[in-house]
Design a protein around this ligand. Structure first.
Ligand SMILES: *[C@@H]1O[C@H](CO)[C@@H](O)[C@H](O)[C@H]1NC(C)=O
Length: 365
């Protein structure tokens, strides 16, 4: 089934499911709120003082296939999953970064992104990369609530936050930066212990956004980290023998299993809250294993430069790029293309849509 058709199909089901109480997609979720790392950062790092940061994507060729065709801070050639999701929900075509000084009232009340490329659940990760730590993202969220309250009043602001769909996507940098590529945490924890540490931080983060009023929270798992081109390069894989690193992939799968187990407990301790696990591992793994089935051709390197190492400041205006990024799963050595994100969005919708519809506890009132 064509992906676009499927999203339309699902949103139609969603709308039909609620048509008897006469709500629109907007009423279903009045806003989208996004926390996390470079997979969801829509441009916050453009506005923080990170000298010449490797964690900025505000230069060409980033953003070349975005509607504006301009670099905007997204670590991709075009849109990210939250942008596609906001569009599917009928909210807006893309999710603006909270730190953008030119946000309109409408931008604010329909939701923003607090994510920051390079951040992780472990504060040490963000310290290393000079990103906005998750703890600081929560502080920005408090400021956001104040601003929305000033625009629509306290009652409506509370309602927006309560009904908003929250997306939390973080964790990969904790493993890639802190654990695999730098030995910082490896000296202190084995992988099992470090996973538990990261998951503990994740749970506290969910509790904090719950405390601030959020009730529908999507938490994503890890993708197959060992299939990132940069991870293969770090293991000195030669171009003709590049294969996903099975050890890092099985670590990611174990983390995901633990996260899936954690969610019902977290949900039980937060009454009235829905926490949904979003499996991003499977769709990414499908793309890498069966690229042709889904219209892709290249999976083991990015579109930017050689595709083996370039990301952030190394992928720049002087770097040659592939012609057609829709054939590539990866845009740079560490980040997917818009086409891959579109595929993941469609898969998440397929997975989560029915859960949203069939949850008897979920009421739109
Ligand atoms: C890019 O590649 C896709 C998939 O192979 C193809 O359908 C599309 O026509 C190509 N676009 C251009 C501009 O070559």
């Amino acid at each position: 089934m064509a992906p676009n058709f499927y999203s339309i199909f699902l949103i139609t089901i969603l709308l039909q499911a609620f048509s008897n109480i006469n709500v629109t997609a907007q009423a279903l979720f009045p806003a989208i709120l996004v926390f996390g790392d470079s997979a969801v950062d829509t441009g916050n790092n453009n506005f923080i003082n990170t000298i010449i940061s490797p964690n900025r994507a505000d230069h060409p060729p980033y953003g070349r296939d975005f509607p504006s065709h301009k670099p905007n801070g997204r670590f991709s050639n075009g849109k990210l999953v939250p942008d596609f999701l906001a569009d599917t929900l009928g909210l807006k075509e893309s999710v603006p970064p909270f730190l953008d000084p030119h946000l309109s009232d409408k931008d604010l009340i329909t939701g923003v992104c607090f994510g920051s490329a390079g951040s992780g659940f472990d504060d040490l990760t963000s310290k290393t990369t000079k990103a906005i730590p998750m703890s600081k993202q929560v502080e920005y969220f408090k400021k956001y609530i104040e601003r929305v309250t000033r625009i629509v009043g306290e009652k409506r602001a509370k309602e927006i936050i309560r009904k908003a769909i929250v997306v939390i996507n973080s964790g990969i940098n904790d493993f890639v930066i802190n654990y695999y590529d730098l030995p910082t945490k490896r000296l202190q924890y084995d992988i099992n212990e470090y996973q538990d540490f990261v998951l503990q931080r994740l749970q506290s983060f969910v509790e904090e956004v719950h405390e601030l009023g959020c009730r529908t929270i999507i938490v994503t798992g890890l993708p197959p980290i060992g299939c990132l081109p940069i991870q293969m390069t770090a293991r000195f894989k030669l171009p003709n023998e590049r294969k996903c690193l099975e050890d890092q992939n099985s670590d990611a799968m174990l983390y995901n299993q633990k996260l899936k187990k954690l969610i019902p407990h977290a949900q039980a301790s937060l009454p009235g809250t829905r926490i949904l696990y979003a499996d991003v591992y499977t769709p990414f793994s499908d793309l890498v294993k069966n690229p042709e089935e889904n219209g892709f051709k290249v999976t083991d390197r990015g579109c930017c430069g050689t595709g083996y190492i370039e990301t952030g400041s190394l992928c720049n205006i002087l770097t040659p790029t592939c012609k057609n990024a829709t054939e590539f799963v990866f845009w740079d050595s560490a980040h997917p293309t818009e086409a891959a994100y579109q595929y993941v969005h469609d898969s998440l919708l397929e997975e989560l849509g029915p859960q949203i519809i069939n949850d008897p506890k979920f009421s739109v009132s």
